[in-house]
Design a protein around this ligand. Structure first.
Ligand code: G4P
Length: 194
């Protein structure tokens, strides 16, 4: 998605060979117009899949997921990473290890928002090692629902996440794919046909 790649090139800051800071439009301040365009792109890519629900994970997945939900006309559920006062029973959970942060956390979704008839599109802001997405896949499968795809805003293609998700046999669509963050600069993956 050219508009997204331009924004990353203009406003992204490379913090290390592994980490890209995009706090000005995705992870802290949010650019609503860009997020709407992102949602439209996901809706176009996944329209034929018969999506009934979108599942994401708090907090930075919520903005792109809501816009995709708006465009597909389906509800959006976000997995919680912290305990909630109101989310106390009927929980579907998965344990997620973050290689980036070296922390293990439990993510949770109420079973009442997922049914075995749902066809679920997973949306997330970043794909690094794929552990968050795998946790969401596990939760959706516990509900007996079907995963019909995964939409990622920014994929770091030099990390293992893409391969992990491809190995699950799930369709993955990333709107910007980064081949490298070496030497302080963002290099996008050259996609066939682009
Ligand atoms: P994984 O799920 O793909 O294995 O990712 P990982 O554990 O490595 O990432 C943990 C957190 O760090 C996630 O956000 C993820 O989106 C974010 N992250 C990973 N790599 C980058 C990066 O290069 N740049 C930025 N900006 N974020 C990255 P989180 O902790 O859940 O944060 P939030 O969603 O609450 O904002």
């Amino acid at each position: 998605m050219e508009k997204l790649k331009r924004k990353i090139a203009e406003q992204g800051t490379v913090l290390s060979d592994e980490v890209l800071k995009v706090d000005s439009f995705l992870n802290h301040q949010i650019d609503p117009e860009l997020m709407l365009a992102v949602g439209e792109e996901f809706a176009t890519l996944f329209r034929e899949e018969g999506v009934t629900k979108i599942v994401t994970i708090e907090s930075s997945g919520i903005a792109p997921a809501v816009m995709a939900g708006l465009k597909l006309g389906v509800p959006v559920v976000f997995a919680r990473k912290r305990q909630s006062l109101t989310l106390t029973e009927n929980l579907l959970t998965a344990s997620v290890y973050s290689f980036t942060k070296k922390t293990e956390s439990t993510i949770a979704v109420s079973a009442s928002h997922l049914s075995k008839d749902d066809k679920v599109l997973i949306i997330d802001d970043f794909l690094a090692n794929g552990q968050a997405a795998k946790g969401l896949v596990s939760i959706i499968k516990q509900a007996g629902a079907k995963v019909c795809g995964i939409g990622i805003v920014i994929e770091k293609s030099f990390q293992t996440g893409r391969e992990e998700l491809d190995n699950l046999g799930i369709r993955v669509e990333s709107l910007a794919r980064i081949a490298s963050l070496a030497d302080g600069k963002v290099t996008f993956l050259q996609e066939v046909g682009s």
